[in-house]
Every structure is written in C-alpha cells, then in structure tokens.
Design a protein around this ligand. Structure first.
Ligand SMILES: Cc1cc2nc3c(=O)[nH]c(=O)nc-3n(C[C@H](O)[C@H](O)[C@H](O)COP(=O)(O)OP(=O)(O)OC[C@H]3O[C@@H](n4cnc5c(N)ncnc54)[C@H](O)[C@@H]3O)c2cc1C
Length: 285
C-alpha cells in the first residue's frame, strides 16, 4: 500500500519547525525524523498525517556535543553515529554496545536517537538507556523551551510527556565516571526484531563493594524504567553470582509484565530475571 496523501514541509531552522508545528499539529501535522517508524505505519495506513514537518534539513539538529558533563544528542543524529564511540570513557562504550541491538544496519543508518525517544516504543533500546541514566529531554515549541526528566517523560506505550506542538530538539545523557562498569542484554526471537525484554546495568566497585548501581528494564512493561528494588539489592554488596542473582530476582518480582499472544507475563518475568543477571555479569567481566 502507499501512504495517504500529505503535504511535506521542509524547515531549515528550529524556529521555522516549531512555528510550522504550532500551526499544523492541530491539523494532524507530525514531525518526520528518520521515518523508520512513521513511514511504515503510513504505508499501512495506520497513520494518515495530513502534514509532515521534515526536520532532516535543520543543520543545528545534526549535532553531538559534550556540554557541562552531559552528552547532548541532537534530533537528527542517526543510530549509526554510535557504532563508534562518540565520547571517550564508559558512556561511549555503552552506547556502542547497545546500538548493535537496534533493528538492522539500513534502519540504523536512517533512524534517529531522538526519534526513538519521541516514539517511545516499550522495546526501544534508547528508551532503556534514557531511563537507566536519567536522561534529560529538551522540548521546544513556539511557546518556549523546557527540559523533561526521563522519569517524567515516558508515560506508557508510545506515550510521552511531549505536547503535539513540541519538537524534541535534543536528549542529554550524563557522562559516566571513569571506572563505571556497564552491561546490556536483550532477548528477541530473530536478530533485528524488537526485543521481548532487555536490561541495562551500570555500577562502580569501591573497596570491593558495588557503588551507585543502576538497573533498568525495557520491553517488559509499557515503558522502560529503573528498578529501585534491584538497585537496593546491589548497593554496598560484593559483586558476584549470588548478589547478581538476588538483584535479578528482585527485578523479576518488581515488574508488572505485559502480555501478548506470543508472550505470557510469566515468560517476560522469567526473561527479565535472566536479562538482569546477564547484564550484571557482563558489567563485571
Ligand atoms: C524492521 C524494523 C525493526 C526495528 N527494530 C527496532 C529495534 O529493535 N529497536 C528500536 O528501538 N527501534 C527499532 N525500529 C524503529 C527504528 O529504530 C526507528 O528509527 C525509531 O523508532 C524512530 O526513529 P525515526 O527517526 O525513524 O523516527 P520517525 O519514524 O521519523 O518518527 C517516529 C515518531 O516520532 C515522532 N518524532 C520523531 N522525531 C521527533 C522529534 N525530534 N520531536 C518530536 N517528535 C518526533 C514522529 O512524529 C513519529 O510520531 C525498527 C524499525 C523497523 C522498520
């Protein structure tokens, strides 16, 4: 099938884009970034936007920079940018580890980091990264600019705190201190498919004990989130199989898994237990 007809708008500045959004969002206008989620749904006529505000010509959005201890990722930065470390240290290495799990190479060449965050698929790897690291989302509209914390941004399945006239201009991730250990693990039935469950873990080891643990789970619930129970099970403990198994058990108990025709809630719970344990083991290796 071909998409229903729409008007294509090609702003070249952020101001132009948010002016267009203010006018056209109430008339079913949508942002077009990499098009790797929006265009397939238009081709199936599951989405019929009347206007597309194509941000690909806005040079100011094609920017990755370190600002004040944070990595700022602009709205036109593609997944593929992370194939090589974009920043020295544990954060660049973590992003390089995660990106390989996203879809297939051609999709990674076109799809954007911020598009994934705005789209908020429960099984988006970047949403799990954003939740784990307490990312900041920068939203611009004709009304002004605001910064939204990850814990307030993700609201449910493909639902975020963004208003219809807001453009997500960048996402900011904190740089991870030297010595931070990271692990990421996901399970999907076929390589390149959306995962059924995933886990991301980071921590440091100080005096033989786990410090500042972060554990986030994606794919299992309507949106990715940090699992405080699992983090409590790690803090101050010696890293090792017993500690990791206890934290994984706490994560499996804490979640309220989704169910679908292929995956029962119990199956997702079991997967989360395995993914959290493996992410923690990977971080320790
Ligand atoms: C076969 C296939 C497999 C895939 N597998 C995975 C996978 O394993 N993991 C994964 O995470 N993703 C996967 N994807 C999705 C892919 O990663 C998309 O690139 C991503 O979800 C959306 O980014 P995009 O830039 O393509 O956004 P688009 O498709 O252009 O937009 C998606 C939605 O977000 C909105 N939007 C986009 N950018 C902004 C912005 N800056 N501000 C406000 N709203 C915005 C759009 O209006 C639209 O509603 C897959 C896609 C396909 C086709």
């Amino acid at each position: 099938m071909k998409p229903a007809s729409f008007r294509h708008h090609a702003p070249t500045t952020i101001d132009e884009a948010v002016t267009l959004l203010a006018q056209l969002a109430p008339q079913d206008g949508r942002v077009l970034a990499g098009g790797q989620s929006l265009v397939p749904t238009m081709a199936f006529r599951l989405a019929r936007p009347a206007h597309l505000i194509d941000i690909n010509g806005i040079k100011a959005l094609d920017r990755i920079a370190v600002d004040g201890g944070r990595l700022a990722i602009g709205a036109c930065v593609r997944h593929a940018a992370f194939h090589r470390p974009v920043v020295d240290g544990p954060l660049g290495a973590l992003l390089g580890k995660v990106v390989r799990h996203i879809a297939h190479y051609p999709i990674r060449n076109r799809g954007t980091f911020c598009g994934s965050i705005a789209n908020a698929d429960p099984a988006s790897e970047w949403c799990t990264v954003a939740a784990a690291l307490d990312a900041e989302m920068v939203a611009r509209s004709a009304r002004g600019s605001r910064v939204i914390a990850a814990k307030d941004f993700f609201a449910g399945i493909m639902t975020t705190a963004l208003a219809e006239d807001e453009l997500l201009t960048e996402v900011r991730l904190p740089l991870l201190p030297a010595g931070t250990r990271t692990g990421f693990c996901e399970f999907s039935r076929r390589a390149g498919d959306f995962a059924i469950a995933m886990a991301l873990a980071t921590y440091r080891v100080e005096g033989g004990r786990i410090a500042e643990p972060r554990v986030a789970v994606g794919g299992a619930e309507p949106h990715a989130r940090r699992i405080a129970d699992a983090e409590q099970a790690l803090a101050g403990k010696a890293p090792g199989a017993e500690t990791f198994a206890a934290a994984a058990e706490r994560a499996a108990t804490a979640i309220d898994p989704m169910e679908d025709v292929h995956n029962s809630a119990q199956y997702r719970r079991d997967l989360v237990r395995a993914m959290v344990r493996r992410a923690l083991e990977q971080a320790a290796a």
